[in-house]
Design a binder for this molecule. Structure first.
Ligand code: HEM
Length: 366
């Protein structure tokens, strides 16, 4: 694998999908034991222009900023009781007590699932991701993943069917109605898009909230500042995304030989533009290893760049802000032992998968 670490090389690769292809990654999705196409095989993350543009244009009609801001009351209604529960329990694993249930509920809600299914969203997301890393011959796990995918497909088809007959004020109904030049998403494209929400929008969100809480625990002065001035939460989150981007790198395959910074990369090579490295590149970011909420450089690479720029970025920013707005006014401090944090071993992602904390109630504030 070829790693791109300089900011200009990362940007170049992301700006040139004709040289650094996403559709050529689709081969990695091939899993004959699934007995059918991979749930993500028709998703836009594995498409290049011009097909990508058609898919993106269609889903963008549903993912408008208005549609996203309409989710605000729902997000608050999930975040607030989770905060109350954490304050009652005091000793919690923040990932299981807050980040996972909040992110799962939002994705479950977007997918049109019934509330009682939100608890299963995390497992479904893990199973979608597991398909591409399944060890050969592990037939028991293959069977488990296959039935998990069948189960979710059945729920999604039911939810889509209900909205076909009776559209609601939600993103799923808008997806069904979206049209470009009279053409709508085909049923497999619609299903793949809903599966993509799981693969792209759950773990990333959990990691962003996990990183934020980890930093607030490590730096009481930053905690005190954002708690006192909630208007600085968005700035805090932007620097968090630069300092610890949940998606550390993305994958591409070269369509021809390419020369970058004097290095020749052959055709057909697997390339990882390292977003995390680009965001600390000393040629562009001063003292990049330091968390600094007042820095003025604005390199918005944490959500990618170019045609595949994250569709969920406004939602991710909203969800993380509302999560912190629910927590900070009621929390007097965070303590915990850094060595108890468990980090994800994933190749392209980074974030805590366990983050034990003591959440001190407000009356303990000194
Ligand atoms: C902090 C949270 C998030 C981060 C850091 C993040 C990061 C990214 C990045 C780096 C990409 C580009 C991938 C590439 O170029 O191959 C991407 C794409 C995407 N993200 Fe996000 N994401 C986040 C949250 C979300 C959420 C909440 C959703 C949806 C609910 C979402 C949906 C998507 C989709 C659909 C794409 C594919 C876009 C395309 O291929 O055109 N993401 N995301």
């Amino acid at each position: 694998m070829w790693l791109l670490t300089r900011q200009e090389d990362v940007l170049y690769a992301l700006k040139h999908p004709e040289l650094f292809s996403s559709s050529k990654l689709a081969g990695a999705l091939h899993a004959p034991w699934l007995g059918g196409p991979h749930p993500l095989s028709s998703a836009m993350s594995f498409a290049d222009p011009p097909r990508h543009g058609r898919l993106r244009g269609l889903v963008q009609q549903a993912f408008t900023s208005n549609a996203v801001s309409r989710l605000e009351p729902f997000i608050r209604s999930v975040a607030e009781p989770l905060v109350a529960q954490m304050l009652e329990q005091r000793q919690v694993d923040f990932i299981q007590a807050f980040a996972v249930p909040l992110a799962s509920s939002v994705i479950g809600h977007l997918m049109g699932l019934d509330t009682f299914l939100f608890r299963r969203v995390k497992r479904w997301a893990e199973d979608v991701v597991a398909i591409t890393s399944m060890p050969a011959g592990n037939t028991a796990r293959q069977q488990q993943v296959r039935s998990s995918m069948e189960e979710l497909t059945a729920y999604l088809e039911e939810a889509l069917e209900a909205r076909r007959h009776r559209p609601q004020e939600d993103i799923m109904s808008a997806l069904l109605q979206a049209k470009v030049d009279g053409e709508a998403l085909t049923p497999p494209e619609l299903l793949s898009f809903l599966f993509l929400l799981l693969a792209a929008g759950l773990e990333t969100m959990v990691h962003l909230m996990g990183h934020a809480m980890w930093l607030l625990r490590e730096s009481p002065e930053v905690f005190a500042l954002v708690r006192k001035e909630p208007a600085r939460i968005p700035r805090f989150l932007e620097e968090m995304l630069r300092y610890e981007p949940p998606t550390q790198g993305v994958l591409r395959v070269t369509t021809t030989e390419v020369e970058l910074s004097g290095v020749r990369i052959p055709e057909g090579a697997l390339v990882m533009p390292l977003i995390a490295s680009a965001l600390r590149d000393e040629r562009h970011v001063r003292d990049g290893d330091r968390f600094d909420m007042d820095r003025t450089e604005t390199t918005h690479l944490a959500f990618g760049h170019g045609v595949h720029f994250c569709l969920g970025a406004p939602l991710a920013r909203l969800e993380a802000r509302l999560g912190l707005e629910a927590l900070l006014p009621r929390c007097g401090g965070l303590t915990g032992r850094p060595e108890q944090t468990v980090w994800s071993p994933a190749l392209t992602m980074r974030g805590p998968v366990a983050l034990p904390l003591e959440v001190l109630p407000i009356d303990r504030l000194t």
